[in-house]
Each structure stands twice: as structure tokens, then as C-alpha cells.
Design a binder for this molecule. Structure first.
Ligand code: FES
Length: 150
């Protein structure tokens, strides 16, 4: 009977130590799995294989973008605008409200179809809610009449 008790104690002690080790291991493990916040994906892609009609890896040509307006490039997820003659800018098409892609440019604004947010073509700032943050600007390069994503 005495021996029974002894061996049971040994088992309990073993489990206790094992449990502690596991707990420590789990603790250390969780430290290394700190989730990185969703980073803004680098949009840079040097592969000109998107099937876009514009040649030379370019996105479009300056003549395609109306002055005071713009054009949506859904495949490239970018909207290119020309707020003033000869001045070209590009913004992400992802609405800062809930992420719908904006789908048209009218009256000097870039319009989201989901809840009606509008962004100014001059700087992407909000012209009409519910969005509160501006559209992120995208880098483009204009070379001659070719517009390319930078
Ligand atoms: Fe664009 Fe709501 S997602 S207005």
C-alpha cells in the first residue's frame, strides 16, 4: 500500500514537471508568431506580362487620360488622372472605406460604387464620405506620351 502511494506521487510529480515544460514551450513559441500587420504589398512589378494593350510595359498613354478626368485600370488596380493639362497622377483603386474598387472618374472625382465615396483627382483626398482617408497615391512615370507604373 505504501509503495502504491509512492509510485502515484512520482507519476503526479512527472506530469507536473512535464506540464510546466509544455507551458514554457508554448509561451516561447507564441512569442515568435507575432502576426505582422498586413503590409501594403509592394505594387512594383517589373514583369510587363499583364496582357495590357499598351506596349513597352507602359500602363497607358497620355492621350488616353482626359484633362480634368481620369481612367481606371482595374487589372493594375490603379486609377490615372490628369487634374490639369500635362499633370498626371495615379492612385490606388482600393476605396479607403471598405475596400471596394473605385469604378469611375466624373466631375473631378474618383467614385466608389459601394457607398458613394468620392475622392478628388487633384490629390486623392476625400470629397464625399463615408470614406475618411485619401486614396493612396501610386508612383507613375511619364516619358514622352507613355505612362508607366514606377
Ligand atoms: Fe467605397 Fe464604402 S467601400 S464607399
Amino acid at each position: 500500500m505504501g509503495e502504491d502511494l509512492k509510485s502515484r506521487r512520482a507519476v503526479i510529480a512527472g506530469v507536473g514537471a512535464g506540464g510546466l515544460t509544455l507551458a514554457l514551450a508554448a509561451c516561447g513559441g507564441s512569442d515568435t508568431t507575432t502576426a505582422a500587420p498586413e503590409s501594403s504589398a509592394p505594387a512594383a512589378s517589373s514583369a510587363p506580362s499583364s496582357g495590357a494593350p499598351a506596349g513597352n510595359g507602359g500602363l497607358t498613354t497620355t492621350s488616353e487620360i482626359p484633362v480634368g478626368g481620369g481612367k481606371i485600370f482595374a487589372d493594375q488596380k490603379v486609377v490615372v488622372v490628369q487634374p490639369a493639362e500635362g499633370q498626371f497622377k495615379a492612385f490606388s483603386v482600393r476605396c479607403t472605406h471598405q475596400g471596394c474598387p473605385v469604378d469611375k472618374v466624373e466631375n473631378g472625382t474618383i467614385v466608389c460604387p459601394c457607398h458613394g465615396s468620392k475622392f478628388k483627382i487633384e490629390d486623392g483626398s476625400v470629397a464625399n464620405g463615408p470614406a475618411t482617408d485619401p486614396l493612396p497615391e501610386q508612383q507613375i512615370t511619364v516619358s514622352g506620351d507613355q505612362i508607366s507604373l514606377a
